[in-house]
Write a protein that binds this ligand. Sequence first.
Ligand code: HQG
Length: 178
Amino acid sequence: MSDKDTSKYISLILRHKPEVIGITLDEHGWADVSQLIAGVSKTHRLDRQLLEKIVAEDEKQRYSFNEDKTLIRANQGHSIPVDVELEEVTPPAVLYHGTGEKFVSSINSIGLIPKSRLYVHLSGDIETAVKVGQRHGKPVVYIIDSGKMSADGYQFYRSVNGVWLTKSVPVKYLSKLK
Ligand code: HQG
């Protein structure tokens, strides 16, 4: 099993299913590092050194340690209701959302919803949005009128790894990138 598989498994545990290794997250999404290593290493190659490498080198900076590295959490992407102390920020005038063509008719009728996650994930640039969309088949990119949304009172957050998050995006703030 590759380190990438291990990282994916850690992401599953820290965002969605800590119970698969019998651990819990606290209200801020933190897991105990020793418990995580003990649980994950039953099925995957993992020790403290490799965990530190995965956290440091993750291409999307998905994870953070606390100061003394006794706790670890995912920076965003959760489906379980934890408060990762997201920073509320005024967004740029436009943001982007990449999705799959199969979701277009539903999005065009009810807007963007978070589905299984806590937030709708938005990108600051088109290239990232295309990559996110490709995970769902033929990619489609929406332009979000985030400036107008913010002026209308919608809240935006930016996770420590630079992903933009908001609760939902109504249809009137959406247009499809040609
Ligand atoms: C779609 C990855 C039908 C939405 C990425 C998306 C991201 C609707 C899918 C992060 C809809 C949910 C999140 C509606 C939204 N009707 N479909 N009304 N509203 N959708 O995976 O944004 O590698 O939960 O467009 O890079 O694709 O995991 O969200 O296609 O940052 O770190 O429902 O996950 O990061 O899919 O991706 P997801 P996402 P990681």
